[in-house]
Design a protein around this ligand. Sequence first.
Ligand code: PEP
Ligand code: MN
Length: 374
Amino acid sequence: MIVMLEPDCADSVVEGVLQHAQRIPGITARKHVVKGVTHTVTEIYLLGPTQSIELSEFEELPGVRRVVRVSVKFRRIGRHAGQTETLGFQYNDVTFDENSLHIFAGLCAVDSPAHVDATMRALHANGLLTTRMGAYKPRTSPYDFQGLGAKCLPWVFELAGKHGIKVISMEVTDPRHIDEIDQAVRSSGHATGVMLQIGTRNAQNFELLKQVGQQAQFPVLFKRGMGITLEESLNACEYIASEGNPKILFCLRGVKTHLGDPHRNLVDFAHVPVVRRLTRLLVCVDPSHAVGRADLSPDGLLDIFHVVGQGLIAGASAVLIDFHPDPANALCDGPQALRLEQLPHFLRYARRVRDAYREARAEAMGQRESRAAV
Ligand code: PEP
Ligand code: MN
């Protein structure tokens, strides 16, 4: 059962509800605070035998907006009756919400300081605050480049600070990596911030998910599992939130089947609105690992552009995309990386589609309101 309180309510209101809940035998109450851009919404989760509790018992308490019985899955991330807010968040002065568009453009795998410097310089010149930089690479073959690991973190973070990059999406494959990143961020004097990326291969690594959920410092970019259902991926993502960290971007990146050929994966961006309906999470799309190749279609746009368009027009508010100063010599996933010279065109394209989505949304919401008014 979820007791939703009025936005920005006083601590005494929260205390009142918690105390009331504590008097009910067998019930545990957990406070969950969603800090939005303009409001903070507090919800109290009641766990245990809630069937015998009347909704009115909590509805009548001061400061309670609504009480919802949650028998369904996705308790924390789910969009339950009456929940209109999206789980946006702020991190390192960057706002992630319904109205923002963030492009995490960067290297699949960090290889050299010169490439990181050139990439971040280009991002900064194009007004971006976010990037992707893989230090710990989960590779299919043990003989492939495994990433530079912790030793590259000091110069990656220093260069990010130099170029004003605020958030780096960086995959972690082991809880140790969280500590290494934490230490390196501190040693850099908080030159930048990190969003912990859970890769598709670790989508059901429940111990790792619990660890990223138990820390509050870094937000998380969770990628759907490539060979499991959407529901299983959402359940896995719920692990992160249920451990206490609701700062999550849910990322679609295609699913594994040869039916997607010649693309690397079958693009699943039709699931953007599904994820947004079932959950309150912001959705990111990764066209690079979905498509896997930088092929051009006859209209002059890359397949990668087209699927970004599909994701953005469907309501995604973030894109994770591979760029490289020299794709032919990249140590990982070069064939799908765009060249830095393509960045301005790409951004114009992405912003144009996002604007089209916003217009479509405004029209639809307006219509919904006027229908409700009739
Ligand atoms: C990546 O983004 O670097 C990556 C390995 O992607 P995925 O987990 O989606 O395969
Ligand atoms: Mn990759």
